[in-house]
Design a binder for this molecule. Structure first.
Ligand code: FES
Length: 349
């Protein structure tokens, strides 16, 4: 559910990134309570288009609710956001997301670019509670580092429990391994050199573009870091997500038309999925029904629902876990029916 929140502060982080803080009125304090690592979905009308994007929360609980927004080329919302000012109002959905520490006390955080945003919140919270944090942060240059003041502040406050490692791709540093992009090979080499403790960490958290996450997590698994200790959150950038074509079964179902029924907030709605529809969310929108969504890229789980009858395939899935797939959950923003009737329950836990 979206709420109107007033912007209380806008802080430029770099030439192309801002931190935006919101006033949360007392009556919405419970709704906007969050766990470090979660994100907010912002919604605005930009050039007549209803646009929503998810941005990670950078603040720790108790601090003003803040997100980091980096401008991406041709990114309608991220460009619009750079001109927001205090006093402006945005529609904001309650915090969501599973990129949370679940009590881990000794953690390694690996981020590139604006992937640092949730890490600032996570690091601050874990350090405040007596934990130990190492951050590996990849950027082009020193002047593209986001939340630098916040990270420096943590270093000053928690000198003995916080390690900050900057990796720069376009500004040479004295230590060779710290030059270039973050790769799996580099992370393992930092572990072997004793700069980070991958084996002893309760959790290794990755946030950034899919390429970095895939490479580093594969290297961690190959180095025998248990999969359940590796957690990641991908960025979503316009046009970045590769989409699988419909299977033959999905093409056939769409060609003859599918009766779709959804349960949402206790109400039953009906619409049809036809050949021109790519996903269930698109089919619903074409017929004037708005289903919950945010990233539309299979990453955020805002559109998660359970297949109660019939069957569906997903174009991509970066967020549902194995147990959810086995239990019949799907992502409506990726779902394409493969049966002639499909019933989706958005109220299922
Ligand atoms: S809207 Fe984000 S996974 Fe579907």
């Amino acid at each position: 559910m979206f709420h109107d929140l007033t912007i209380s502060a806008v802080h430029p982080e770099t030439d192309s990134a801002v931190a935006i803080s919101f006033d949360v009125p007392a009556e919405l304090a419970a709704a906007f309570a969050f766990e470090p690592g979660q994100y907010l979905t912002l919604r605005a009308s930009v050039s007549g288009q209803d646009i929503r994007r998810s941005y990670s929360i950078a603040s720790a609980p108790g601090e003003p609710l803040t997100v980091g927004i980096k401008r991406v080329d041709d990114g309608a919302f991220s460009t619009y956001a750079q001109d927001l000012k205090p006093g402006d109002t945005l529609q904001v959905m309650q915090p969501e997301g599973r990129f949370v520490t679940k009590g881990a006390r000794k953690i390694v955080l690996i981020a590139s670019g604006s992937g640092i945003t949730p890490m600032v919140s996570i690091a601050s919270d874990v350090l405040d509670q007596g934990g130990e944090v190492t951050v590996i942060y990849g950027n082009k240059r020193t002047d593209t580092i986001m939340f630098r003041d916040a990270l420096d502040g943590l270093k000053d406050r928690y000198l003995d429990r916080f390690t900050m490692i900057h990796v720069l791709s376009r500004e040479p540093q004295d230590v060779a391994i710290l030059n270039g992009r973050i790769t799996g090979e580099k992370v393992i080499a930092l572990g072997q050199a004793g700069a980070i403790d991958l084996i002893g960490a309760d959790g290794v958290f990755l946030c950034g573009p899919g390429e970095m996450i895939d490479d580093v997590s594969a290297a961690l698994v190959a180095a025998d870091i248990p999969k359940e200790r590796i957690h990641f959150e991908r960025f979503y950038q316009d046009g970045e997500v590769p989409r699988a074509p419909k299977s033959a079964a999905a093409e056939a179902a769409a060609a003859s038309g599918v009766a779709v029924e959804v349960m949402l907030d206790g109400t039953r709605r009906l619409f049809r999925f036809e050949a021109q529809d790519d996903t269930v969310i698109d089919a619903a929108a074409r017929q004037g029904l708005e289903l919950p969504f945010s990233c539309k890229g299979g990453m955020c789980c805002t559109c998660r629902c359970k297949v109660a009858e019939g069957s569906a395939e997903m174009a991509v899935n970066y967020s549902l876990e194995d147990w959810e797939l086995k239990a019949g959950f799907t992502l409506a923003c990726q779902a394409r029916p493969t049966s002639d009737k499909l019933v989706l329950d958005f109220d299922a836990a």
